[in-house]
Design a protein around this ligand. Structure first.
Ligand code: GDG
Length: 473
């Protein structure tokens, strides 16, 4: 397949300062796992921000050396870059717009300039390492203009781009003053991937309406170069979650969780702090359930794990306060001595503990307002190995809902129906639980993350092959 060069905003590592020493550890995110299988082979590399600002050139050199031994290349960002490119344009412009929340967008020209500036930094560093037979795979909305910046340097580059979040309808996307630059930026790639068919259509519509380009089914021509736009629904490392769920340590931990909440059914939710995840709506639905079914008082618990994220962006600060208030209010109003309806944790936990929660939970509630895919839903399904019991409540606005059609699908805006579905899930017969879990498992097992990587890379090769044939004609 040749060498692969992955580029993403963050490198798959965590660098921490411990007693004045820098400690580098690999992170285990879904992307890192899926791509980890091949990026270190055959001289393949991964370029991105290491997540830390070095204090001096010695530290910078140390980080460079440590990462080099892991086939990783750092792009260092300044505090100003983080404010403008990351917290600004990426997370206060693109993120809300792509998640259908235009009222949250901060149309700030300075953010755009910083985004361009950082994209150039990425391009400059990448170009030091690329040659024309490398397969370049760029990830996500933080780097939408990078494909074009690289293409300008070498027309023969093979470039794939994957968008991990939704792509909005053209009427929304067109609100961005920089819409054409962003679209043209992406069109520097040969293959552009999204999680769902709907996202591919939204992107193609934006190209036709804003750039007057004509799409033929799922491809378009840009300066004579044929570009493919396709859906590649991302999977998880099924075996990893399955094996964890069957391991004695996880089983033991799950037992401890169940024992702690004995006589209560556990409703689990796991997400980063984000308004796209429907956290407020979730709490409202729980409130409704407790009001409409007071017999549930003392019998259920919402175990809500929220991983800290982007807390320097104002919309996230506000969300955190709103959650704190609402959880406090629900626990105060409905709680009893020795029982609180919401067990809320604002922290990140080790993956073994997360697996134990998946194993222990009677229900997993994924009620995102918008979500590119949602891997938590798939991880919960993969963890239900022993008795195949558990119910996944899944928002219709996640990419995962297009595949996991045997989950209980919900509209997160309809709190009456969500609370009714919750009630139904909490009382679902074992046989129905098993049937639904098995049907979903079949999908999650088959379309795992390695399959996703393979499909994308094969399509990229095919696209390049076709382009060469067309050029030779
Ligand atoms: C973006 C898109 C798309 C969570 N808490 C802990 C923990 N996690 C892990 C989960 C899961 C991941 O984080 C979250 O992935 P999601 O897919 O649910 O959501 P985003 O972070 O928003 O990801 C999303 C994804 O990209 C991939 O394309 O699906 O739509 O928004 O893997 O397990 N892991 C550990 N401790 C925690 O406390 N160890």
């Amino acid at each position: 397949m040749g060498k692969t060069f992955i580029i993403s905003n963050r490198l798959p590592v965590k660098i921490e300062r411990k007693k004045n020493k820098l400690v580098v550890t690999r992170s285990e995110g879904g992307l890192a796992t899926g791509l980890g299988s091949f990026y270190r082979e055959d001289g393949s590399w991964w370029l991105g921000w290491p997540g830390i600002i070095p204090k001096n050139t010695e530290e910078e050199e140390f980080i460079r050396r440590e990462l080099h031994s892991l086939n990783l290349i750092p792009v260092f960002l300044t505090q100003e870059d983080i404010k403008g490119y990351y917290e600004g344009f990426s997370n206060a412009v693109l993120w809300p717009l792509c998640h259908y929340r235009p009222s949250f967008v901060d149309f700030n020209e300075a953010y755009w300039n910083s985004y361009l500036n950082v994209s150039n930094k990425f391009a400059e560093e990448a170009l030091k390492h690329l040659d024309s037979d490398t397969n370049i795979w760029i990830h996500d909305y933080q780097l939408m203009v990078l494909p074009e910046l690289l293409r300008k340097q070498d027309q023969s580059f093979t470039i794939g781009y994957f968008h991990h979040i939704p792509f909005p309808p053209e009427e929304l996307f067109k609100m961005l003053p920089w819409r054409n630059q962003l679209l043209k930026g992406l069109l520097g790639a040969d293959l552009i991937g999204f999680h769902t068919f709907e996202d591919t259509q939204n992107f193609l519509n934006s190209c036709s309406n804003n750039l007057r380009m004509e799409a033929h089914y799922n491809n378009l021509k840009c300066n004579g170069r044929r570009i493919f736009v396709e859906a590649f629904p991302m999977g998880i490392d099924y075996e990893k979650f399955k094996n964890a769920a069957l391991s004695p340590q996880v089983i033991q931990k799950a037992q401890e969780v169940k024992e702690y909440y004995r006589n209560q059914k556990i409703i689990l939710s796991v997400d980063r702090l984000d308004y796209s995840k429907g956290i407020i709506e979730r709490l409202r639905s729980l409130e409704r359930l407790l009001t409409s079914h007071p017999e549930m008082i003392g019998k259920i618990v919402l175990y809500m794990l929220i991983v800290p994220s982007r807390d320097q962006v104002s919309a996230y600060k506000k969300l955190r306060n709103d959650i704190d208030q609402l959880v406090g209010n629900i626990n105060a109003v409905y709680g009893r001595p020795g029982w609180s309806p919401v067990a809320y944790f604002y922290q990140s936990i080790p993956s073994e503990e997360l697996s134990a929660l998946y194993v222990a939970a009677d229900v997993c509630l994924v009620n995102s307002i918008r979500d590119g895919m949602n891997l938590v839903a798939k991880e919960y399904i993969a963890s239900k190995q022993i008795d195949k019991r558990g119910v996944l409540l899944l928002s219709e606005f996640t990419g995962a809902s297009k595949e996991l059609t045997d989950a209980v699908l919900i509209n997160p805006h309809d709190s009456i129906k969500v609370s009714a579905s919750l009630y139904h899930a909490l009382n679902m017969p074992a046989k129905e639980q098993k049937e639904r879990i098995q049907a979903c498992q079949h999908i999650v097992e088959k379309f795992h993350v390695y399959h996703w990587v393979k499909l994308f890379m094969e399509k990229l090769q095919e696209t390049k092959h076709l382009q060469r044939k067309e050029l030779a004609r």
